[in-house]
Design a protein. Structure first.
Length: 288
């Protein structure tokens, strides 16, 4: 676990300071208030029950663990929530996705909560694909195409997935919403081309695991679902910048939808489909 709140965070790469300290009780000029989360045009304030408070601006993250909590208990806020908030405040944005490294670049798995992103990602890691990041994936656009990078963020598994993979429960993440097992793996931090995005889509009427490529408005909708589900990305005057970013994402990266039944499916079948895509895009991402 990270006893140092800045250890593993891309502080130098992003020009961000991460430290412990006092945080304000409330933000000035609040534009969104959900109790546990306040938002303004220049900052975010998180109040995690039983854990601590976190204040995030474009270039600083300040955490204040409660007296019966710790810096380590705030890992999921510092390494998961804060990067999203920083990207939003900078009008740069990220995808709710996990990513692994393939020859020549990266392939990412996106989806709603409980779609199986972390489980699928760990399955790919166990098959030899190096981890880039779990759950939050910054995407930037360069002259040579879209690129991604990761940092040392724990991979979080639901208890059933931890049992399936026989993962130790030594490190547990307990929040007001759920309990997860934290698995610390090495993350590839270099900048890599993003070759493809795969949306995991559990469907009640699906009878088998299948994959199809999305085009046009379907691809755009899939990107929207997995980049701005909470509505914060386009808030506070960032609507135009966000729409340009998400449109570029949908138009420059192959988008696939992997549909599976709610029950009676196997992780191995899902992994086989993603491995096939990884093989297709390995080493020749520029051609797609």
């Amino acid at each position: 676990m990270h006893a140092d709140p800045g250890k593993g965070f891309p502080t130098e790469q992003w020009g961000v300071t991460v430290r412990t300290g006092e945080v304000p009780d409330n933000l000035d000029n609040i534009t969104r208030d959900e109790g546990f989360l306040q938002m303004s045009a220049t900052a975010f304030l998180v109040k995690a029950e039983g854990v601590g408070d976190m204040w995030v601006t474009r270039d600083e993250v300040v955490i204040a663990p409660y007296s019966d909590s710790s810096v380590e208990a705030m890992d999921y806020l510092v390494y998961g929530w804060a990067p999203r908030f920083i990207r939003v405040l900078r009008s740069e944005f990220s995808v709710h996705a996990s990513a692994v490294m393939i020859p020549g670049g990266a392939i990412a798995v996106m989806g709603a909560a409980m779609a199986g992103k972390s489980t699928t990602t760990l399955g790919l890691v166990r098959k030899g694909f190096p981890l880039i990041i779990d759950d939050v994936l910054p995407v930037d656009f360069t002259e040579n195409g879209p690129v991604v990078h990761g940092w040392e963020r724990p991979l979080h598994l639901r208890d059933s997935a931890a049992e399936f993979f026989d993962v130790s429960r030594e490190h547990m993440l307990v929040t007001a919403i759920e309990t997860k097992v934290q698995l610390h793996l090495h993350s590839e931090s270099q900048t890599l081309p993003l070759c493809a995005l795969v949306e995991l889509m559990p469907e009640a009427d699906a009878t088998e695991v299948s994959v199809r490529r999305l085009d046009g408005v379907d691809a755009l909708r899939a990107c929207m679902r997995n980049t701005n589900a909470t509505g914060i990305a386009g808030a506070d005057g960032r609507g135009k910048a966000f729409f340009e970013w998400v449109t570029t994402l949908a138009n420059t990266i192959p988008i696939y939808q992997l549909t599976r039944p709610l029950d009676g499916w196997s992780l191995e079948t899902v992994l086989e489909h993603i491995e096939a895509l990884a093989s297709e895009y390995s080493g020749n991402e520029a051609e797609h």
